[in-house]
Design a protein around this ligand. Structure first.
Ligand code: UD2
Length: 332
């Protein structure tokens, strides 16, 4: 039998992590997920739970990881590559609790890198963010734009990028860091006030609740569909493309929040009312990436146009609501 590469996905029960698990499993790899289920859900992985190539370990990257790694290796063999998503993912939470953010996003990542170094892991993928850029950087932002994070979250993401470079130079670690723009799609949680705008607006549109637009709605973002992101992660993790590089991942398409809202209301056939409120503190006005580096190094061409991605996400939101209602009905 031919050798099946074994990949560890930290944070694999979360939004982008679980889509990456789907891609890796569909490509025939052996996949282990390490997740503490703090913001991830087992339902995101339910299709794989009983699959012989899949293994789940409940563990926290801020804690002691030796036994978790030992269990993973005992079950599925040597870890060859790591996709590292496990993190505290909310910018406002990082501002309220910078020490907690450092513990998860910096110290937790350092543990993963130390494991990779000592165990000769072939390649590490790191989920970085457009939050590392200067708010005033002219758009479109390129990888050369000024880095000046305005949150502990962004500072920790940027610090990890320096660690990756340091590990590559000193220990020969191979990595790719992708700086994500605004990722959206099925499984994005709309429940908290700092959730992604698309998950919140779809939820409101489907339930007919009012939609709050901050500022005048003419601020822009670059929305990239989660399966395009997951494919890019799997491509770079499993090949030499993007080796030791840091690359923006978006679509290069700049969309205003007003345009986004109109499309969502139209697709959902929703009569939700719109409320305009003052700008959210710290919000940036415009955000969109250049595509040159992603195209050159990863041959990255996002396949899902915004309208199609919104359509698919809307279908998921409706299905998820039906499932939740059925679950609470059967629990009652
Ligand atoms: C994104 C990332 C964040 C960080 C940041 C870096 C997400 C979910 N967040 O924040 O982690 O990387 O980029 O710059 O990807 N809005 C409304 N009404 C709402 C919610 C949002 O009008 O109910 C607006 C908001 O004012 C902003 C836009 O929608 O102009 C996008 O907001 P967001 O929270 O989805 O994402 P962003 O870009 O602030």
């Amino acid at each position: 039998m031919s050798h099946v590469p074994h990949i560890l996905v930290t944070g694999g029960a979360g939004f982008i992590g679980s889509h990456t698990v789907d891609v890796l499993m569909n490509r025939g790899y052996a996949v282990s997920v390490l997740d503490n289920l703090s913001t991830g859900y087992m339902t995101n992985l339910e299709r794989w739970e009983k699959h012989p190539r899949f293994h789940f370990v409940n563990a926290d990257i801020t804690g002691e990881l030796t036994s978790a790694f030992a269990r993973i290796v005992a079950h599925s063999g040597r870890i060859e590559r790591i996709a590292h998503f496990a993190a505290q993912t909310a910018v406002p939470v990082s501002m309220d609790d910078p020490v907690g953010d450092i513990q998860a996003n910096l110290c937790g990542t350092a543990r993963i890198l130390e494991y990779a170094r000592h165990n000769k892991v072939t390649k590490v993928f790191f989920a970085s963010s457009s939050a590392i850029y200067d708010d005033d950087a002219p758009v479109p932002v390129s990888e050369e734009s000024r880095a000046r994070p305005m949150s502990p979250y962004g500072i920790d993401k940027l610090a990890v990028e320096f660690y990756l470079d340091y590990y590559a130079k000193l220990y020969g670690l191979t990595y790719t860091a992708l700086r994500f723009m605004n990722v959206y799609g099925p499984r994005q949680d709309p429940k908290s006030w700092y959730s992604g705008v698309i998950s919140i607006f779809l939820d409101r549109a489907v339930t007919g609740q009012p939609i709050t637009i901050f500022d005048d709605g003419e601020q822009t973002r670059d929305f990239v569909y989660v399966t395009d992101v997951a494919e890019a992660v799997a491509d770079t993790l499993m090949s030499r493309s993007g080796d030791n590089a840091i690359i923006n991942i978006g679509t290069g398409v700049e969309v205003t929040i007003n345009q986004l809202t109109r499309t969502i209301l139209d697709l959902a056939g929703s009569a939700s009312t719109l409320r305009y409120e003052p700008p959210r503190p710290g919000d940036i006005r415009r955000s969109v990436t250049t595509m040159e580096k992603a195209v050159e190094l990863l041959n990255f061409h996002p396949r899902v146009a915004l309208r199609d991605g919104l359509h698919a996400t809307l279908a998921w939101v409706r299905q998820d609501k039906t499932r939740s209602a059925a679950r609470s009905g059967s629990a009652a």
